[in-house]
Design a protein around this ligand. Structure first.
Ligand SMILES: *Cc1c(COP(=O)(O)O)cnc(C)c1O
Length: 368
């Protein structure tokens, strides 16, 4: 299905006379709830990590001198870029940093979608928002009936393809082999793999950059590195594509990474042990929770992310289960969208938080 946002544009009744009509059709992204009484709730709605960042992050923040903030940060982000490059076995000239991976994705939609963009009908909601903001047209490619991404369904598109791997909100993973088939289908077509959740059991596409120049891999510190509040993401690509992404960054905001985030990010990347430990905890808790929910009669999609996408025949809609959990102080996320109305997305918290979710769910099922 090919969709052209621009012809749909209509002046909105409540638009000021100053607002550029090109943007009157925008439907901004709606983030998950960030309630004020965050410590009274069990928050399993935005895929944040329940664990604190590396202890080395705490330590560096304690040492920061406020006086150092009077200077602009290094616009090339040299030390953090080097740390990320070393960790991923690539050259620093292949790494570009963003204020969250959302900013990197925005640069990609802006820079590389002259022939349009293509992405799944059920995927990260921001792709559609960016496509409407930056692209002349975009294609929505339906997931298969089992909610998987069918590589063959992309064969005929010439648009730049955006794939979240694992996909959100399904959690389902494509293998490195499948990503490689996608790259091979048409080497004159760019593929952007958004690996926000790759550290929870998937295999990154980064090694494929050795053999393919039509690939950009995007990763973030928000999920597996417990640093959603620091706003840090990055792209890894060929030197040529990285230089073009940097051209976008330096034409928009050369200082997109603040000094504190640069320090924090470096400590996090260098603490490999803590990173691996946290991820193994999440994986173990996820697989345990999935089993327990299945025992209660839930359909649980196979997740390689830090969340589960589930439905239960006792609930008429995901919203019903969401509301029942909210009454018990547990926040999850539902999507009022075709095909996934019955599902709820549950982020993986600590083992204690997941026990609370399971026991609240048992009570709710008794009541319905
Ligand atoms: C959370 C998420 C992001 C955005 O992460 P930030 O780095 O916090 O901007 C990007 N893509 C997907 C699929 C996500 O779930």
């Amino acid at each position: 299905m090919r969709i052209k946002p621009y012809p749909l544009m209509k002046g909105k009744a409540n638009m000021s006379r100053f607002f550029d009509k090109r943007f009157s059709f925008l439907t901004p992204y709606v983030p998950g709830e960030q309630p004020k009484d965050i410590n009274k709730l069990i928050k399993l709605n935005t895929n944040e990590n329940p664990y604190p960042p590396s202890p080395r992050v705490t330590e560096i923040l304690r040492k920061v001198e406020a006086n150092s903030l009077k200077f602009y940060p290094d616009p090339t982000n040299a030390s953090l870029v080097k740390a990320i490059a070393d960790y991923n076995n690539v050259s620093p000239s292949q790494v570009v940093l963003g204020n969250g991976s959302d900013e990197i994705l925005a640069f990609c939609f802006h820079a590389f979608c002259e022939k349009g963009a293509a992405f799944a009908d059920i995927t990260y909601g921001f792709y559609k928002v960016f496509a409407e903001m930056f692209c002349r047209e975009y294609e929505s490619i339906p997931l298969r009936n089992d909610y998987s991404i069918g590589i063959d369904d992309y064969k005929d598109t010439r648009s730049t393809i955006f794939i979240a791997n694992p996909n959100a909100p399904t959690g389902m993973l494509l293998s490195q082999k499948e990503i490689e088939s996608l790259l091979k289908q048409n080497t004159n077509r760019l593929i952007i793999i958004d690996e926000a959740y790759i550290d929870f059991g998937g295999k990154s596409a980064i090694p494929l950059l050795k053999n393919y120049d039509n690939l950009i891999v995007v990763q973030t510190f928000s999920k597996s590195r417990c640093l959603a509040g620091a706003r840090l993401g990055y792209a890894i690509a060929t030197e040529e594509l990285a230089a073009e992404l940097n051209a976008m960054k330096f034409s928009f905001n050369p200082y997109n990474i603040n000094s504190l985030t640069m320090l924090i990010g470096q400590e996090s990347v260098e603490d490999v042990k803590y990173f691996d430990y946290c991820n193994s905890l999440i994986i173990e808790t996820r697989d345990y929770t999935a089993l327990e929910l299945q025992k209660l009669g839930f359909d649980v999609l196979e997740s390689k992310a830090n969340f589960l996408f589930v439905k239960h025949k006792e609930f008429k809609s995901g919203e019903d289960y969401y509301l029942a959990l909210k009454k018990k102080g547990i926040l999850v996320r539902y999507f009022n969208l075709p095909r996934i109305k019955n599902f709820v997305r549950i982020s993986i918290g600590t083992t204690g938080e997941m026990e609370s979710l399971l026991s609240a769910t048992k009570d709710i099922l008794k009541e319905v």
